[in-house]
Ligand binder design. Structure first.
Ligand SMILES: [Zn+2]
Length: 60
């Protein structure tokens, strides 16, 4: 697994997620571990390398 650190779009705390580099396209909802708001996470891997990461506020 691949641990990625990013800022929560709600509370701006730095949090981390565990990503699976064997799945090339991933999109899912994860609750912030600090403020518990739902974050939509979109990830792309290519050849095991992270090429795209986006974490957005789903209430926008
Ligand atoms: Zn948060």
């Amino acid at each position: 697994m691949f641990e990625y650190f990013f800022q929560c779009p709600y509370c701006w705390e730095e949090i981390s997620v565990l990503l699976d580099p064997s799945v090339s396209q991933q999109a899912y909802i994860e609750d912030c571990e600090n403020c518990c708001n739902p974050i939509e996470i979109t990830v792309s891997f290519e050849g095991g390398e992270l090429i795209f990461f986006e974490a957005v506020n789903i209430e926008q």
